[in-house]
Write a protein that binds this ligand. Structure first.
Ligand code: CO8
Length: 373
């Protein structure tokens, strides 16, 4: 069977934080911190916190704003993280609820219902609990018969999930699968660190993968997929279920949130991604001139400009390599799918494009698609 993307959906939280709001809150936090530690700072025992700046954020990343599930806690200089209500075990979990809205949009776009779906893959860079799988809860909420499982490949969760779903559809083991990516990045971002406090936002995306012959309207044939990984500590989060067992495990430790060496990531991931896409295109006999669009991972504008230029062999025309990071920031695995969802319907019959994610792991995933309308 030929796998195809027949629908996509995006859930966008109703709260957003501009760079101006973010920087104001961070600077108030830094002032509080510096006042509290004035003696230690004066004695040279503690480093003073420097202010953040809107100009730096836009220049370094291209990010202007981000959506979040709760801005009240993040913007309170005495809290500096989201405040999310504890839900009872009988209520839908927050990730399931976000994914559900995105999944329903994807189903509606494809003109399908839960009865047409055989599997759910919840692929995200962090899961809200260890078990039962969030994917199985989403399966239950949607009323899907079949199976579901969670997976985590950080920023490449969506493309790796699409590969898993596409391979299962291709082999005939399932008719279709929903790949959902609920990303609550705000809950594992360190908002008290100016080096990264601007980077992430929250969102959920969903992609319906079906047999091409089952498509009711226009669709994107999945021509092929490629996944690659190479271990790196340059993007790391040490939080996990062994935390309680460690001597200072429950302390407020910096390494229990997102950490990165941004410069190194930039330098190491760029050649890895450029080679990955070039190899994928080479294997498929696809030339740069065959590509109408690139939907890249949404981490950094300069990074995407560089990759677009490298892949196409020239500076991409406006719209050829759409960015959404100015509005959403980095939403981990969901970023390239938001770009695909928002900027793909104008393509014509036979037009080809590549969805590509990259990030922690390191991990890179690419999906070569062709429009049929
Ligand atoms: N305001 C003002 N100045 C600042 C700020 C700030 N907010 N932050 C840093 N500075 C200062 C620095 O201190 C530094 O000063 P100095 O030169 O005196 O040391 C100067 O500005 C330059 O800082 P950097 O070298 O850090 O700046 P860069 O130009 O390298 O930009 C970036 C930083 C934006 C982080 C950039 O390096 C980048 O984007 N790198 C790539 C990162 C990337 O793609 N990472 C992918 C990670 S995402 C992922 O894989 C998903 C993980 C799972 C999700 C986690 C969710 C929480």
């Amino acid at each position: 069977f030929t796998p195809a993307i027949t629908g996509t959906g995006v859930f966008t939280p109703d709260q957003s934080i501009s760079n101006a709001e973010l920087v104001e809150a961070f600077n108030a936090y830094a002032d509080l911190y510096n006042a509290e530690h004035a003696d230690a700072i004066a004695a040279g025992e503690v480093e003073a916190k420097e202010h953040s700046s809107e100009d730096f954020i836009v220049k370094a990343s291209g990010i202007e704003s981000r959506f979040v599930m709760d801005k009240s806690g993040i913007l309170d200089p005495t809290i500096m993280h989201p405040l999310l209500r504890q839900r009872s075990d009988d209520e839908p979990s927050i990730m399931a609820e976000m994914a559900l809205e995105a999944a329903n949009k994807a189903l509606a776009q494809a003109g399908k219902t839960a009865a047409d779906v055989d599997a759910v893959i919840c692929a995200a860079s962090n899961l809200e609990r260890a078990y039962p799988a969030v994917a199985i809860e989403i399966q239950e909420l949607l009323g899907i018969e079949g199976f579901a499982f969670d997976m985590n490949v950080a920023c490449s969760s969506a493309t790796f999930g699409i590969q898993a779903a596409a391979d299962m559809v291709r082999s005939g083991s399932i008719r279709s699968a929903l790949v959902v990516n609920p990303e609550i990045c705000s809950a594992h971002l360190e908002w008290r660190d100016r080096d990264c406090h601007f980077i992430f936002g929250d969102v959920a995306t969903a992609t319906l993968i079906e047999r091409a012959e089952d498509a009711k309207g226009a669709y994107f044939e999945i021509k092929s997929t490629r996944c690659g990984t190479a271990f790196s500590n340059n993007i790391r989060n040490n939080n996990g279920y062994l935390r309680r067992s460690r001597p200072d495990g429950l302390a407020d430790r910096r390494d229990m949130q997102f950490m990165q060496n941004g410069r190194k990531v930039f330098k190491e991931v760029l050649p890895m991604v450029s080679k990955h896409i070039a190899d994928h295109m080479g294997d498929e006999g696809v030339e740069a001139t065959d590509l109408k669009r690139l939907w890249l991972h949404q981490a950094n504008k300069t990074m995407n400009d560089f990759i677009g230029k490298k892949v196409l062999g020239r500076t991409p025309e406006p719209g050829e390599q759409p960015n959404i990071l100015q509005d959403y920031a980095n939403t981990s695995s969901a970023g390239s799918i938001i770009a695909f969802s928002k900027y793909s319907n104008d393509l014509g019959d036979g037009d080809k494009g590549i969805i590509c994610s990259f990030g922690a792991g390191y991990s890179v995933g690419s999906v070569l698609v062709e429009r049929h309308s």
